[in-house]
Design a protein around this ligand. Structure first.
Ligand code: ATP
Ligand code: MG
Length: 341
């Protein structure tokens, strides 16, 4: 049944995560849950993006290298199965860096500077006038990743939409030059929670901003994070009517609580007045602890066998090298760079 669907649709999934830290609840609802489902239906590759992690950590490569296996353990802990999903390491696949170089000639600096996600990140990271070249150009490297696997469907958070748009621009330009459809266009697959806010509600939960609830969070970590969560600043007394919109506790309850009818009733009670933030936070705390406990326990087991994690990554990277070399060869041929073959 599953195989039949694979053949009919011929969708190919590619997605990944920067190796800049452990994965968090934003990854879980934004992309990981979708990947676990999709792996049963489609061919899927998941990339640990260490090269991309270096684009804003060039002077601190240890931050990236020390997180590669953390990310793999997070994948396995949420249920990504290496027998169904190819898990690979970006730096072990030279074709990705080569494709990035070829594509970079098709993208202007002005176009990169207009990319809204890159623009926001540049200002959040306070680069000033010292933006690393690799950072400005990372959307091109993402285009290389996506096209190298002929991916058509990309399960991502909404911060990645501009990258997909830029990828498709590169695909169209290259295909126009080649006068052939050598690269395929892709489309995003957003989850019901495409941007989980940070616990203070100020921005997206991000590894690099240190505002995360990690998948490895202990009950105590969860409790501390939930207690500090932004709610409705005007909801001072329990009997006051409260705002649900923009209230991070309700955003998380919507994202993680299994009983949506119960949460809808809770919202009405909160809006009418008579329900305190202490109560809603207690419900969320329990819900997150129940969600993360089995993940944390599985993660601990996977982290205790690093050799197994390395083997999974090595096997996936070897398979990915073969796939991506084919696309690289097609691109080189299209550019007339095939003198030796
Ligand atoms: P960094 O701060 O290093 O950029 P990050 O937390 O933004 O890390 P990425 O590795 O950049 O994580 O993102 C990996 C994937 O997870 C992307 O598809 C991204 O859209 C998704 N994602 C990241 N954060 C969130 C979030 N808060 N809500 C929903 N999806 C998210
Ligand atoms: Mg990011």
């Amino acid at each position: 049944m599953h195989n039949q669907k694979k053949i009919i649709t011929q969708e190919k999934i590619l997605t990944g995560d920067r190796a800049t830290g452990q994965l968090h609840l934003g990854h879980f609802v934004g992309s990981l849950q979708q990947r676990v489902k999709l792996q049963h239906e489609y061919e899927q590759t998941v990339l640990v993006a260490d090269l991309q992690g270096l684009t804003d950590n060039g002077h601190n490569p240890h931050k990236v290298s020390s997180n590669i296996l953390n990310v793999v353990a997070d994948y396995l802990a949420v249920g990504i199965d290496p027998l169904k999903t190819t898990i690979c390491l970006q730096s072990a696949i030279p074709a990705l860096a080569e494709l990035t170089m070829y594509y970079s000639n098709l993208v202007s600096v002005a176009r990169l500077q207009r990319n809204p996600t890159v623009k926001n990140e540049i200002s959040a990271k306070s680069f000033g006038r010292s933006i690393p070249t690799g950072f400005l150009t990372y959307p091109i490297s993402q285009a290389a990743d996506i096209t190298a696997f002929r991916a058509t469907l990309i399960p991502v958070g909404d911060d990645q939409l501009p990258m997909i748009e830029q990828t498709n621009e590169i695909v169209r330009k290259l295909n126009h030059i080649a006068q052939d459809d050598i690269l395929v266009e892709c489309r995003p697959l957003l989850s019901k929670m495409p941007r989980l806010p940070s616990t203070d509600g100020k921005c997206k939960m991000s590894k690099s901003m240190g505002n995360c609830i990690l998948l490895s969070a202990t009950d105590k970590d969860i409790s501390k994070a939930v207690k500090s969560m932004y709610t409705d600043p005007n909801h001072l007394k329990i009997e006051d009517p409260g705002q649900v919109s923009g209230n991070v506790v309700f955003t998380y309850l919507d994202a993680f609580h299994p009983d949506s009818t119960f949460i809808d009733e809770l919202k009405v009670r909160y809006q009418n007045g008579g329900l305190g933030d202490g109560t809603t936070k207690k419900i969320l705390e329990e819900c997150l602890q129940n969600t993360l406990k089995p993940i944390r326990e599985r993660r601990d087991v996977f982290m205790s066998d690093k050799a197994q994690l390395i083997d999974i990554l090595r096997m996936g990277s070897q398979k990915s090298q073969e796939e991506s070399n084919q696309v690289l060869n097609n691109v080189k041929r299209a550019l007339g760079l095939n003198l030796f073959n």
